[in-house]
Design a protein around this ligand. Structure first.
Ligand code: UTP
Length: 325
């Protein structure tokens, strides 16, 4: 099985961080989003991948080449014309071997062995309350997908497509992507993968679904912090420091400098970061960032950023109330 990971997007919702780093290289729970994705694939025996790069592609390639030994092909998407277009760009790297398409801004905690046994294409789904932001699937009575609908405005289904697609007939997918582009079929201005899947379905491909409970989006600041919390809950180990109080779960890189501070719960302090005289919780302090004299919560501090707060000097009379909240 080959994994196709599209990571070409600009990541506008994560600006300003994505002005200087591609979204997939943002640190969450102690390593880049892409690192979590590749480690999970490797752990499940998938050792071949195509990464569709675009925005800041050199940084993505450098990261993968210097950290991973698996067989990776990089293909370039010059313009973000949609997920369908991103997979079309990768078409030369896949043949008849089944594909696993996995979005580059989502971390999954899911056992892929069910897919390896599947002879038909299978789409990862999760029930959501408001499906209007997602592609959804409508099921038939036999438990097969009847229809794919991209961002439905009228209610047709609550089963959202989470960004994990197992494609058992990649050649048919390739043909349908060609058709999508040739006929210029776009939804909401983009070549959508869901439209190509619907074309596959129309040509007789059968699709089933598999439930994905462990689905952690990294596309927005608040979801990145949620995912950080999930990863720390799952992977953090006990750390004690001489000059700081650590409230688990946390990730603190070995070469981070922490002095007179309280770190955690749910804090990631990345390589070469410095935290002095501060309290940091539910936050990500990225590589080489410095935080001094600050109380931080629900914060994302970018690589090499510098945050300096201050201590208040108060002369407060009896029965007064000072509230900074
Ligand atoms: P998103 O639309 O969520 O990512 O696509 P984005 O465009 O980077 O983010 P925003 O909306 O501007 O904040 C989901 C995944 O598909 C990839 C993205 O890189 C991301 O990993 N993608 C999307 C492509 O590679 N090419 C595209 O044309 C569209």
């Amino acid at each position: 099985m080959r994994a196709i990971i599209p990571v070409a997007g600009v990541g506008t919702r994560l600006r300003p961080h994505t002005y200087t780093l591609p979204k997939v290289l943002l640190n969450v729970g102690g390593k880049p989003i892409l690192g979590h994705i590749l480690d999970a694939l490797i752990a499940q025996g998938i050792e071949k991948a195509t990464i569709v790069t675009g925005y800041m592609r050199k940084l993505v390639e450098e990261y993968v080449r210097s950290h991973y030994k698996i067989e990776v092909s990089f293909t370039k998407q010059d313009e973000s014309l949609g997920l369908g277009h991103a997979i079309w760009v990768a078409r030369k790297t896949f043949d008849s071997e089944p594909l696993l398409i996995i979005l580059g801004d989502t971390i999954f905690d899911v056992d892929l062995s069910v897919l390896k046994k599947s002879s038909i294409s299978t789409i990862g789904v999760k029930e959501v309350e408001d499906p209007r932001r997602f592609g959804v699937v409508v099921m038939n009575k036999k438990g097969r997908i009847e229809k794919f609908v991209e961002k439905p405005q009228d209610h047709v289904s609550n089963l959202a497509i989470v960004g994990l697609y197992y494609i058992s007939h990649p050649e048919l997918l390739r043909g349908c992507l060609e058709e999508l582009l040739k006929k210029n079929i776009k939804t909401q201005g983009e070549y959508q993968l869901t439209d190509a899947l619907q074309l596959m379905k129309d040509k007789g491909e059968e699709f089933s679904t598999f439930p994905v409970e462990g689905w952690f989006d990294c596309g927005k600041p608040e979801t990145l912090l949620n995912t950080n919390r999930y990863l720390l809950d799952k992977y953090s180990s006990n750390i004690s420091l001489k000059e700081a109080v650590v409230v688990p779960p946390v990730y603190i890189a070995k070469n981070a400098i922490i002095e007179r501070s309280v770190i955690g719960p749910y804090a990631t302090v990345a390589d070469g970061a410095t935290v002095i005289d501060s309290v940091v919780r539910d936050s990500i302090i990225s590589d080489g960032a410095t935080v001094t004299s600050s109380l931080l919560e629900s914060s994302i501090i970018g690589n090499n950023a510098y945050v300096r707060g201050n201590f208040n000097r108060l002369n407060v009379g009896n029965s007064s109330e000072i509230n900074y909240g």
